[in-house]
Design a protein around this ligand. Structure first.
Ligand SMILES: [Zn+2]
Length: 446
């Protein structure tokens, strides 16, 4: 989910957490899906082994080519983001922008607003070529159907949100650094925790800025009835009034259904590219997976996991940033870490840490996704005639719609995938039958 990701990104400290938002909440994956070690091993078995996710030859060629482009774009984009921050440090552009903000604004907080506006506008412009090319490729492969006017409009709205939310967060963090120059990392860590929780709560409220929603009941009352059976079996307490249809077809041919929000903002969203286009049973399978994230408390667990990791990451980054300022401060025209430009040094170190820790964060995520897959398949048992077949069909539909590579490179999977690969997920689903011989599932007694 792009907005939630953005919301977190806004606080750059949260660059690290960028992976959090998309993962607990979506079943799909424009660039995602992997498997626990055991499945990965099964998957890299000989090519002639029976695979549960297959594509016709023309789509297969496209999927392989597209995956390669997506992977390169993702890695190159992340590296470029880091290099860009460094170039502006090395040319002392950040300290120049700080001096400019001091000249044009009197009040300290206004200087901060100007500085961080400049920061977000420059970093957005720097990543624009990658985003633009990604959109270009997605259109030429027939996944995106969004016109350029609408696409640039979305980019502008996203930048607007970042300017408001991101600037507030960075002002707060920068203030903490100035107020407690020695132990600021602990204060920043404390401040990150409520921001994380709040972003999950608020993200569904921001979604209508980008997409249109309507009650799912309006055109798909039958599907709502079916979904309610899964709601009853899983005990997720989501009434039909919290089920929405998103008009994704204006922008994409991809499939998706997800659960988002927490507490009062909790809801089910089914894309209109999914409802009516794939069998309802398969939507139930996707929904069962999403329900798993809720029932198994993946969101609080993810937050706890990130909070634990960030405690050490912030501590380590604070040490590295101080060292960089001592070593290169004179060259970069930066006297102290607590200045605006000095604060960018901290953001620079955190972006590097975020990039290096991505495999760890993704492994954490893939573990939860696999659990949700098991849960989802069990959740539709007794509701659809053959859960194995339905789950395999759903993975094939998702994989084909997003042109997922059936045999991704294991290293790429390890580094970039926050879900198991579609192949690993389909293979698991094809063989998962706990009810054979009168047994029962891991999460349900029958
Ligand atoms: Zn998931």
């Amino acid at each position: 989910m792009k907005i939630a990701r953005l919301f977190l990104l806004a606080g750059c400290f949260a660059v690290l957490l960028a992976g959090l938002a998309p993962l607990p909440l979506t079943a799909q994956a424009p660039a995602n899906p992997t498997a626990p070690a055991s499945n990965t091993a099964a998957q890299s078995a000989p090519a002639n082994a029976q695979q549960a996710y297959t594509l016709p030859p023309d789509k297969l060629a496209k999927a392989i080519a597209l995956s390669r482009i997506r992977d390169i774009l993702e890695i190159a984009g992340a590296v470029w983001g880091i290099v860009f921050l460094w170039i502006l440090l090395a040319t002392h552009a950040w300290s120049g922008i700080e001096a400019w903000a001091k000249r044009v604004a009197g009040r300290r907080w206004m200087q901060g607003v100007l500085f961080f506006f400049a920061f977000f506008i420059l970093t957005t412009l720097a990543s624009l070529p990658f985003d633009w090319y990604g959109q270009h490729v997605s259109r030429s492969y027939g996944i995106s159907v969004q016109g350029w006017g609408s696409w640039f409009g979305d980019q502008a709205k996203a930048l607007g949100l970042t300017l408001v939310i991101g600037t507030l967060i960075l002002l707060l963090f920068n203030w903490i650094v100035r107020r407690w120059p020695r132990r600021y990392w602990f204060g920043v860590w404390l401040a990150t925790l409520p921001i994380l929780v709040l972003s999950l709560f608020v993200s569904p409220l921001l979604e209508p800025i980008f997409n249109k929603f309507e009650p799912l009941n309006k055109n798909y009352p039958q599907l709502v009835q079916q979904l309610e059976k899964v709601v009853a079996r899983t005990g997720t307490h989501i009434p039909p009034s919290r089920m929405y249809l998103m008009k994704a077809s204006l922008k994409t041919n991809g499939l998706n259904a997800y659960v988002s929000g927490v507490g009062a903002t909790k809801r089910i969203v089914v894309w209109d590219t999914t409802a009516g286009r794939i069998p309802d049973d398969e939507i139930l399978a996707i929904f069962g997976h999403e329900s798993g994230h809720y029932v198994l408390h993946h969101i609080p667990k993810m937050i706890a996991g990130y909070a634990f990791a960030l405690f050490f990451v912030y501590w380590a980054c604070a040490g590295c940033a101080s060292w960089l300022v001592r070593r290169y401060g004179a060259r970069w025209h930066i006297e102290e870490l607590s200045s605006r430009a000095g604060f960018v040094v901290l953001l620079f170190v955190i972006s590097i840490a975020a990039f290096l820790l991505q495999p760890a964060s993704n492994a954490f995520s893939r573990h939860f996704e696999h659990q949700a897959d098991i849960y989802g398949q069990e959740a539709i048992h007794g509701i659809v005639p053959d859960p194995q077949k339905t789950a395999v069909a759903a993975f094939n539909a998702l994989g084909e719609a997003w042109l997922e590579d059936p045999r991704p490179n294991p290293f790429i999977e390890f580094w970039l995938y926050d879900h198991p690969s579609v192949q690993a997920r389909a293979n698991f689903a094809a063989h998962y039958d706990p009810w054979a011989n009168g047994g029962h599932g891991k999460y349900f007694a029958h």
